[in-house]
Write a protein that binds this ligand. Structure first.
Ligand SMILES: Nc1ncnc2c1ncn2[C@@H]1O[C@H](COP(=O)(O)OP(=O)(O)O)[C@@H](O)[C@H]1O
Ligand SMILES: [Mg+2]
Length: 231
């Protein structure tokens, strides 16, 4: 299925790129603009297809992790660097605070995607000149009174954005759910980011939750248990 969906799109992208490079003859300014739009939308569609395939593989219970030792602080620092330019353009500064040991055993690619989903939402749902903060620290694995004393590495992403209503909070981790369909049109997205983030975090034995106030902002926390015996 993956192959059938991706192959034609890969050709569309490849040929549009060749055209943009002038391999099929001179390209006017206006034609270049159209090609840029085609490439942007094709890329978006490729991302959507990838997410949909990923969600359907979750539903058929095929989530395999490639485990290795990694520093969450390093993954976070590189994702912050990726998002900083687009945030800066809107006057949003991403504050990073990562201190202490943040080594976990996990799937680097999937953990990177968790960080990227939370960061992209924080930037996307925060108005211009707002604030986004990312913290990596040690803390409890789960929210609330600590019945479970497991220590975890916590990824905390907070924003001064639009927040999430009480009714919507219950659904944001469901596939394709977007809180406000009218405003979400303006924000783009597919409603799959948090679904995948939750599945990935839980596959690592962690938790993900949110604390939010409509109009004031949101704080998402994802935790990864610290495995005993790592060296
Ligand atoms: N930081 C945030 N601030 C406000 N709303 C959020 C935030 N993160 C997620 N949401 C809400 O949860 C929905 C689902 O998020 P997600 O699964 O990442 O989908 P998408 O980003 O594609 O809309 C969003 O559409 C939005 O309504
Ligand atoms: Mg998202």
């Amino acid at each position: 299925m993956s192959h059938e969906l991706r192959t034609p799109l890969t050709s569309v992208i490849g040929y549009a790129e060749m055209m943009a490079e002038g391999l099929a003859g001179a390209v006017s300014t206006e034609q270049r603009e159209y090609l840029t739009t085609i490439l942007g939308k094709a890329d978006q569609l490729l991302g959507l297809i990838t997410s949909v395939l990923e969600v359907s593989s979750l539903e058929s219970g095929q989530l395999a992790l490639e485990r290795g030792q990694l520093s969450l602080a390093d993954v976070v620092a590189s994702e912050v660097a990726t998002f900083q330019p687009q945030a800066s353009r809107r006057g949003i500064e991403i504050q990073l605070d990562a201190r202490g040991d943040s080594v976990v055993i996990g799937d680097r690619r999937k953990i990177r995607q968790v960080v990227s989903s939370l960061l992209s939402n924080a930037v996307k749902f925060t108005p211009d000149r707002g604030k986004v903060g990312v913290e990596v620290r040690q803390g409890p694995l789960a929210p609330g009174p600590a019945a479970d004393s497991t220590v975890a590495v916590q990824l905390v992403v907070s924003d001064s954005g639009i927040g999430i209503s009480r009714e919507a909070v219950a659904k944001i981790f469901e596939p394709f759910f977007q809180a406000d369909s009218s405003s979400t049109r303006a924000f783009g997205g597919t409603g799959l980011g948090l679904t995948l983030a939750k599945a990935y975090v839980e596959a690592h034995g962690g938790r993900i939750w949110v604390d939010t106030t409509p109009g004031a902002g949101s704080t998402f926390v994802a935790t990864f248990p610290i495995t005993e015996g790592r060296s």
